[in-house]
Design a protein around this ligand. Structure first.
Ligand code: ZN
Length: 189
């Protein structure tokens, strides 16, 4: 197991649709190792989510941190952050929008280091996916959790959050973000 290199924006693997994972593959040693590497890489990089294409594997699997209660991530003391997230392993996801009302958050991405951008996404979604045991799960998520999910699942379609920044005056380097834009919500995925 190892911390893997995170591909950066511009790498073509980040821009293709990832392949579905077969039931046999989910049971394989190689796939378990992949998930372990994704975990270790996400932790090393301090992310709350990571998708397989970000470490160069074009497969439909992502790790997603979903806030347990409310989306007020910055209000959570740093040493309690991890307890506030449910970490899910999501394979072959299908998303249905339940509420199109846009919900906006400042997003970051391990593949786009040093930047933050304001993105509006549907505020409530349903996600149907396979878990690492090969079982089907259905989850409804809203608010910040819905954003984290959509950000990670976009990676499986070759989409980066910067593609969804509608107002590019709200795309900022980190220092400038802290100085001029930091309001109440940010995230790092
Ligand atoms: Zn990302």
């Amino acid at each position: 197991m190892a911390v893997r290199e995170v591909l950066k924006m511009g790498h073509p693997t980040l821009r293709v649709k990832a392949e579905p994972v077969s039931a046999e593959e989910i049971q394989s040693r190689e796939f378990k190792d992949l998930i372990q590497d994704m975990f270790e890489t996400m932790q090393e990089e301090d992310g709350i989510g990571i998708a397989a294409p970000q470490i160069g594997v074009s497969k439909q699997v992502a790790i997603v941190g979903v806030p347990k209660d409310n989306p007020r991530y910055p209000d959570v003391p740093e040493d309690e952050e991890e307890d506030d997230f449910d970490i899910l392993i999501v394979i072959n996801p299908k998303v249905t929008v339940l509420d199109k009302t846009p919900s906006g958050f400042w997003e970051g991405c391990l593949s786009v280091p040093g930047l933050r951008g304001y993105v509006e996404r549907p505020s409530k979604i349903k996600v149907e996916f396979t878990n690492p045991l090969g079982e089907t799960e259905v989850l409804e998520v809203s608010g910040f959790g819905a954003t984290v999910f959509q950000h990670e699942l976009d990676h499986l379609d070759g989409v980066l959050y910067v593609d969804r920044v509608a107002d590019t005056t709200k795309l900022s380097y980190m220092d400038e973000f802290m100085e001029f834009h930091d309001t109440d919500i940010e995230d790092e995925e």
